[in-house]
Ligand binder design. Structure first.
Ligand code: FAD
Length: 390
């Protein structure tokens, strides 16, 4: 009589950013062998971009075993403050919440997952499924192959997994972009510090919507004086203008995202000019204090389904909600938590678990899509559009 151990399920996760790490950590907790394959050959980096901390992210931290009592999860804000264009306060009300940063979530989840099964510099190029054996094989650019019981497409809004299996689902430009800035809080003018720090600030005019808040600084510190101020300024821009903005200072076309340090001098000057014309004093000064503004086009993405055999999509690979929902990261976390729950209920029947997992995640993605498009279109496109970029 043999005493063979039951075979452990193996997951192949494509994409080692937040969605891949949330899924990787939760699948490990479910007792799976997990390998994460990330295209980038280096550690991912975003120098501290802001993320509103939502309960699902804290829940993944907790479930994955992070000692959240021993760390500072972010920077709290007290009030929501709306400024008029002349700098007077239109509305101020208590709305305590916590803002964190992309690097804090990434470094925490990456450390928890560990290095042994996190593989850098591996670019997925195709997928093969064996429906009888219930296996799926990932094929990489270097010709290597990895076979498992489940392939998780956590490869972001340009997802190769989605392009291979759901080729008709593509992101669509929403008609506006976000100018963004991230600066050490002490680089703000004293007046901007007085007006902005400690609260979640906003200012809206037609075709222009800016918001800002404090986030952790270098090495995830939340010490006063060492944090970053993160501002995001939405502006309407047609396709032609967007293409010009996304041509970087070396003439390279960047598509939908312009990294820090690459914006052309003309567009940088444009950002400062527009700040003078459209923004109340605290935000105007914050924008002027930012030496390297960057930009991101706002795009919508939905998918008709999230499961195909033993391939699933999660995070931005499946749905990209508008940033007004502050939900991209928490949706990726919610997808991973629900996957854990579904697999834990029927560990012997992966197909049944995926069947149970999908409807709730589709509902969540579609609900955030509707909320985000309504909020964004009403903020940016109401009344006349005379104040568009360009
Ligand atoms: C470097 C970086 C910095 C970011 N900074 C911020 C921020 O400051 N604020 C914010 O709100 N959001 C930020 N985001 C986006 C944020 O992570 C997502 O909106 C959200 O958390 C969902 O994450 P995701 O893992 O589904 O998608 P993404 O974060 O887009 O990750 C997708 C990952 O898949 C990898 N990948 C893509 N194609 C392949 C392939 N063929 N093979 C293998 N790997 C592949 C990519 O390199 C990437 O790491 C950032 C994303 C990245 C990659």
């Amino acid at each position: 009589m043999t005493n063979a151990k039951p075979k452990r399920n193996r997951a192949i996760v494509i994409g080692g950013s937040l969605g891949g790490l949330f899924a990787g950590n939760m699948l490990k907790k479910a007792g799976w062998d997990v390998d994460i394959y990330e295209r980038s050959a280096h550690d991912l980096d975003s120098r501290g971009g802001g993320v509103v901390l939502q309960p699902d992210v804290v829940e993944v931290f907790r479930e994955a075993g992070v000692d959240i009592g021993a760390m500072s999860l972010g920077v709290p804000s007290k009030n929501r403050v709306v400024y008029r264009k002349d700098g007077s306060i239109q509305d101020k009300r208590p709305a305590p919440q916590m803002q964190t940063s992309w690097p804090l979530i990434y470094s925490t989840m990456k450390e928890t997952f560990g290095d042994a099964h996190y593989h850098r510099g591996r670019v997925l190029t195709s997928i093969e499924q064996d429906e009888d054996a219930k296996t799926v094989t990932a094929i990489f650019e270097d010709g290597s192959r990895e076979t498992g019981d489940l392939l998780v497409g956590a490869d972001g809004n340009g997802s190769t997994v989605r392009q291979l299996i759901w080729p008709d689902a593509k992101p669509a430009y929403a008609g506006y972009l976000a100018w963004r800035g991230l600066i050490p809080e002490n680089d703000l003018t004293p007046a901007a510090r007085d007006g902005l720090l400690g609260d979640f600030g906003f200012s809206n005019t037609t075709g222009s919507h800016i918001l800002g808040y404090l986030v952790p600084g270098e090495n995830n510190t939340t010490d006063p004086g060492k944090r970053f101020y993160n501002w995001v300024w939405y502006r309407v821009a047609d396709d032609e203008t967007l293409a010009k903005i996304m041509t970087d200072k070396d003439g390279k076309q960047r598509g939908y995202s312009m990294p820090e340090g690459k914006l052309s001098a003309d567009w940088k000057a444009h950002v400062y000019r527009e700040a003078d014309a459209l923004l109340p004093a605290p935000f105007r000064e914050a924008v002027h204090s930012t030496q390297e503004p960057f930009a991101q086009a706002i795009r919508d993405l939905t998918v008709p389904s999230m499961v195909n055999g033993r391939v699933i999509l999660l995070g931005d690979a499946a749905f990209v909600p508008r940033p007004h929902t502050a939900a991209s990261t928490s949706k990726a976390a919610a997808n991973a938590l629900a996957l854990y729950d579904a697999l834990a209920r029927t560990p012997e029947d992966v197909d049944a678990a995926l069947e149970r997992w999908e409807p709730g995640q589709m509902m969540l993605g579609n609900m955030l899509y509707r909320q985000g498009t309504q909020a964004g279109d009403s903020l940016l496109f109401r009344k006349d559009m005379s104040e568009r970029v360009g």
